[in-house]
Ligand binder design. Sequence first.
Ligand SMILES: *Cc1c(COP(=O)(O)O)cnc(C)c1O
Length: 436
Amino acid sequence: MPRKPDESDLTGTTPRRRPKPDVLAIGNRRLKPSTLMMGHGFDPALSEGSLKPPIFLTSTFVFESAAAGKRHFEGVTGKRPGGAEGLVYSRFNGPNQEIAEDRLGVWEDAEDALLFSSGMSAIATVLLTFVQPGDVIVHSAPLYAATETLIGRILGKFGVTWLDFPAGATEAEIAAVVEQARAQGRVAMIYLESPANPTNVLVDVQAVARVRDALLGEEKPPIVIDNTFLGPLWHHPLGHGADIVVYSLTKYAGGHSDLVAGGALGSLAHMNQVRMMRNTIGTILDPNSAWMLLRSLETLELRMSRAGENAERICTWLRDQPKVEKVVYLGFPETERQADIYRRHCTGAGSTFSLYLKGGEAEAFRFLDALKIAKLAVSLGGTETLASHPAAMTHLSVPDERKRALGIGDNMVRISIGVEDADDLIADFDQALAAI
Ligand SMILES: *Cc1c(COP(=O)(O)O)cnc(C)c1O
């Protein structure tokens, strides 16, 4: 995608034209995302034949002519929709980011995708794009802690309020909360996170979309969903009525626990608005991390499939162990309603789950300290298996009453399974259980 502006760039008729067309299909066969990850959006001929895209370390890009520069700025400043037709300045975009954006969008069949310096900067940029003082945000609960802080405490300073419904709410319960929010102010956004962390409860995105269309059909506030835990392989919310998907790409998409990045995907109309905000506040990802993300996307399906298969085997083994109270894993839905949402929305159960041991903090800590393969760290979705203790770590500051309501007990261990050998991991969990 490093492209030389040609006549078409100046007329603006084919803003995304590339010197060599991408092969997206062979005959009637539409190529799968795992195939497109190796070449989509990059023409080696534009980079000295380099098989892999070089890392473009530059802060600015040279215009072909003054007129081309003018047109680019018309795009950047929003005088003309669609963003810049070429590369202008590295706070707006760069070749590595554009290639990675094109490839990320393929997984969700999204019209457009944008990269950010972190999951939180993606979420913050999307919120700032659509929310004004006096607005109400309706959201599912619980949310990632920093997202709750951002909505409640930071946007709260600017006169934005919020109302929430539990992640597992029924359509009627969601409608009741939206009604109440409508009475409070303009509903600017419905913000979801599914599955919720660490409860692993799924949100019925289709029900949320029906409620939005029935009660807020005129304003149509965007439905935004954090798809970090199951995307982009096992859950495609844009197909269920969500308008914008946001990501911490730090997790499964990056997948090697060696980068921090975020993403937002959706229709061109929504992304054009978000792009304007990103251009202004400069929350774009850097070229090095974008290049690493390209490397990661090539193995995304392999990594996630293996981690998902491992998790299924390990959870099935764990739930039969005498020292285990229960395993909260999407593959073992606890209610018929959750099972129904799972069947309609998900194509896999992921590899992150909650393990409840018999006992309390002492037993959980003994288990964690005894692990030999699994590493004791927060985060998830990497090649390596990680284990942590939410009550004492990620959710330490959550009030006790809320912790109880969310089922965050002292005996709960959070585990993200990696791509190691499943039997080796079972051997590790077996000896750690014996150490309790
Ligand atoms: C990690 C995470 C985030 C924040 O992402 P960063 O890349 O750390 O900024 C947001 N949402 C969910 C669900 C996460 O797991």
